[in-house]
Design a protein around this ligand. Structure first.
Ligand code: ZN
Length: 97
């Protein structure tokens, strides 16, 4: 189980790196990027030969405080215009066909 999880986490990071390179990012730009996978933290580092490595960072527990997502206000389902209240949002495109 543990082995499988480790493999997939590393694979995710490797895929991410490949993707970023395809998008034109240089290896220097990708260095120091950190990844959180479950309670694991990984960082991209360069070895002596300047090749990118994924290194494990966490020997302690990881605590992540996430900022809450702002809730979207009422909006019209047709044109996605936002309103102050649900009633106005419902009426927005209600009479247009
Ligand atoms: Zn509308």
């Amino acid at each position: 189980m543990l082995t499988k999880q480790m493999t997939s986490a590393e694979e995710l990071v490797k895929k991410w790196i490949e993707q970023q390179k395809e998008d034109g990012k240089t290896e220097a730009q990708l260095r120091k990027t950190m990844f959180v996978y479950g309670d694991r933290v990984m960082e991209i580092e360069a070895d002596e030969e300047e090749k990118l490595q994924i290194s494990e960072k966490n020997d302690q527990d990881i605590v992540i405080f996430r900022t809450p997502e702002p809730q979207p206000g009422p909006f019209c389902r047709c044109c996605s215009m936002e309103y102050d209240n649900e009633k106005e949002a419902l009426q927005c495109c209600a009479y247009i066909d």
